[in-house]
Design a protein around this ligand. Structure first.
Ligand code: MD6
Ligand code: FE
Length: 217
C-alpha cells in the first residue's frame, strides 16, 4: 500500500461533500498528483489517441475519448461495450498506470468502498461546448462496484439526478483535482455534464479531462 501517497491532503484538509446517499465529492483529492497524472495521460494518448466515437443512434459524441486498462469503454453503431482491444488500432489498450490504480483505490476507500480494483479507465476530453447528456452507467458486470471520477483542467458543471431520467438534477461545479466516488444506492443515478464553458486552465489550456475508473468485468 501507499501509506504516505496522499499525506499532503491530510495537512491541507480535503473536504468531503456528500452528493447523495452513496455519492461523495472529495474536493482536491487528486490535486497533488496533477503532474504525474498529466504525464501519464500524455503517454496513454500517444498510444491510443483521443477520438470522437459514434453512438448507437448514429451521432458523433462531442466528448473525445480513449481508455487505459484491461478493458476500454467503446461505442459505435452496434452499441456500447467494454472491449480489451482499441478498435482504432486493433491493439490492447495501454496499461493502467499504478498511480491511477492507487488513486482510484484510495478515493474509493475514503468514500467507504474498500478494496476497489478497477480494470477500466475511460478518459474523456472536453473542449469548449462539449457536453455529456444525462445517462446511467450500466455496462459494467457488477453494479455493486463503485465508480471513481477524477476531474482535471477547466471547471465543469456536473448534473447529478435520480434513478429516473425525469428526476430533478442537482448541479455541482467540479474543478481541477476533484474526485467523485459513487456506488451503492447512487450507482444507477442519471448524470451528465453541461456544455463546457470556455476558459484557460494553467495546466490544460482550453480543455477538461475526466478519468472514470470502473470494474468492468
Ligand atoms: C464526466 N462522468 O465527468 C463524465 N459516470 O466527464 C461520468 O459520466 C461519470 O463522473 C459515472 C460515474 C462518474 C462519472
Ligand atoms: Fe457516466
Amino acid at each position: 500500500m501507499t501509506a504516505d501517497l496522499f499525506d499532503s491532503l491530510e495537512t491541507t484538509g480535503p473536504s468531503r461533500e456528500p452528493l447523495a446517499p452513496g455519492a461523495v465529492l472529495l474536493r482536491g483529492f487528486a490535486r497533488s498528483h496533477e503532474t504525474e497524472l498529466l504525464a501519464a495521460i500524455e503517454t496513454i494518448t500517444a498510444q491510443a489517441p483521443f477520438r470522437r466515437m459514434i453512438t448507437p443512434g448514429g451521432h458523433q459524441m462531442s466528448v473525445a475519448m480513449t481508455n487505459c486498462g484491461a478493458f476500454g469503454w467503446v461505442t459505435d453503431r452496434s452499441g456500447y461495450r467494454y472491449d480489451a482491444v482499441d478498435p482504432e488500432s486493433g491493439k490492447t489498450w495501454p496499461a493502467m498506470p499504478s498511480l491511477f490504480r492507487q488513486l482510484a483505490e484510495q478515493a474509493a476507500g475514503a468514500a467507504g468502498f474498500a478494496g476497489f480494483a478497477p480494470d477500466a479507465c475511460l478518459i474523456n476530453r472536453y473542449e469548449p461546448g462539449a457536453k455529456m447528456s444525462l445517462h446511467q452507467d450500466r455496462d459494467e458486470r457488477d453494479l455493486d462496484e463503485p465508480i471513481v471520477s477524477v476531474s482535471l483542467g477547466l471547471p465543469a458543471t456536473f448534473l447529478f439526478g435520480g434513478l429516473k431520467r425525469s428526476d430533478k438534477t442537482q448541479r455541482h461545479r467540479l474543478v481541477h483535482g476533484d474526485v467523485v466516488v459513487w456506488g451503492g444506492p447512487a450507482r444507477l443515478a442519471f448524470h451528465g455534464v453541461a456544455p463546457l464553458a470556455d476558459g484557460e486552465h494553467a495546466r490544460l489550456g482550453r480543455r477538461r479531462i475526466n478519468l472514470t475508473f470502473r470494474r468492468a468485468r
